[in-house]
Design a binder for this molecule. Structure first.
Ligand code: 4FV
Length: 236
């Protein structure tokens, strides 16, 4: 999978593209990430990318010409699915992450200031995506969230493929609680069933816990109906 990113702060991605899951995926050749500086596509001596908003009001707006030039240059020779990260987009969720993970090439546009001139979204963007109903200073962190979430679905990136499948939202449920050594923490012991070695009972307890938590914390998820799937180790 290839992911291109256009931003005025390419340095924000330096560590991200070399670290942890995304870094490993890139090192293993399962993922190709290229980060491009928008200012390299300006043609004025000040390399400016913003201007005053028509209609007045506070703040600055990113001008369209550098974006049109940058997207054309970065997309040349390919047909990437072009995503603008913005609060006006559809909210990213598990279903959208899985859909994007099936695409061979993404191009992510990261805005700054009050936003980008609307003609960019109207002409060189296929989809607007938001990571949540709050306002960031820029789209870069949203792009990183999307890249990491999507990367986990690239075959071979996550060691235990079915752990991706059986992860939380895949089943429409929140995850069950997890425990590890030491046995007692702050006077709280590990649930006995997890020490029983009875895998059927353990799987049943985990499912019941996932259901209980989902009912308590995210009943909206149940509206979609918990998908009955077998998590790894859960017998018939
Ligand atoms: C955002 C979000 C977000 C809005 C103005 C960047 C900022 C600034 N992007 N999900 N929430 N973007 O807040 O994706 O240009």
């Amino acid at each position: 999978m290839r992911i291109d990113v256009i931003t005025i702060f390419p340095e924000l991605f330096d560590a991200f593209v070399r670290t942890s899951l995304v870094g490993r995926a890139a090192a293993d050749g399962l993922l190709e990430i290229a980060v491009h500086d928008l200012r390299a596509h300006t043609d004025d001596p000040h390399r400016s990318v913003d201007d005053e908003p028509y209609g007045g009001g506070g703040g600055m707006v990113m001008t369209a010409p550098p974006w049109l030039a940058a997207v054309a240059a970065v997309a040349a020779g390919g047909s990437p699915w072009r995503i603008l990260l913005s609060p006006q987009g559809r909210t990213l969720d598990d279903a959208k992450v899985r859909e994007l993970a099936r695409r061979p090439h993404l191009l992510l546009l990261c805005g700054r200031y009050e936003g980008i001139d609307e003609r960019v979204a109207q002409t060189v963007v296929d989809e607007e995506i938001s990571i949540g109903d709050y306002v960031l200073a820029g789209g870069e962190l949203a792009a990183m969230v999307l890249i990491e979430a999507v990367s986990r679905w690239i075959p071979g990136v996550v060691g235990l493929p079915d752990s991706v499948e059986s992860d939380s939202f895949g089943r429409g449920l929140l995850d069950h609680p997890h425990y590890t050594r030491p046995r007692v923490v702050a006077g709280l012991a590990v649930p006995e069933v997890l020490l029983s070695g009875d895998h059927r009972a353990i799987a049943e307890w985990r499912r019941a816990e996932a259901l209980r938590r989902t009912r308590a914390r995210r009943p909206d998820l149940l509206a979609g109906g918990a998908k009955s799937c077998k998590t790894s180790g859960e017998e018939g």
